[in-house]
Design a protein around this ligand. Sequence first.
Ligand code: HEC
Length: 245
Amino acid sequence: MSNSVSNKPDLDDSTNVNMDAAAAKRENHMFTEGAEPLSLWVILGSALVVLIAGGVLFGGNVFDYKNFVKKGYIRKAAPNASGGGAKPKLAIVAYKAIGKKVYDSCSTCHQPGGEGNTAFPPLADSEWVTGPSLRPAMIILQGLHKPIMVNGKRYEGVMPTMGDGMDAKKLAGVLNYIRNSFGNKADKLITVEMAEDALLVSKERGSGPVTAEELNEKYNRELKGAELAMDTPVDPKTLEPAAAE
Ligand code: HEC
């Protein structure tokens, strides 16, 4: 048996003889270009890219869909989608809901029920609230000082400006709230567009409290803008009229 094997090539021998050289050769060529193991920095760098793209860093703003959309572009609702947003509400309800929150900053002085007290005039049943709408808008944006008669009673205090952070939506909201609460009933809705008129007038005048006299001389008018019926369905967040079904 062992003899018959001897004239065949010894596989073990031939591999053993060349093993060192072959191994060295293999090792030299083991990592051809592009296939090297990744360095730690490459791995960390990639992780960073993924985190940014995923919006984990930068609060998700970097790849916000809005950044890629032309300004003024209005996305159309998908067919049969009911606007995709919140359910429409009646304009007066939606505006007052926003205004009620703003009124929290007024109620410490004018009281939650708008009845006022000896130091602070009432908003209930006040001509300054339900009369020409630029006047209460200017009081809120500028602040008010010097004597003012409210319901036959004289007040002479100082109201600070409430205009900080007051955008048109909040201003329209709080105006509709005070004009349609505490037993008050205004006949018109103050729209966001009308509130923008007030913001413009206030900006042109410059900061500093107004007086009752100044309000009557210069700002005794209604806010300008297209009228909107109080029962128009609007989006409760944007206050935009909801599209007809
Ligand atoms: C720090 C107390 C204070 C806060 C807060 C305040 N007011 Fe006044 N408000 C006054 C005072 C005082 C007067 C009267 C000023 C004067 O005598 O000239 C006044 C007057 C008014 C008037 C005119 C008089 C009347 O009673 O109708 C209106 C309208 C009014 N405030 C609305 C608001 C609204 C709306 C807010 C919240 C956005 C607000 N005020 C927040 C103190 C305040």
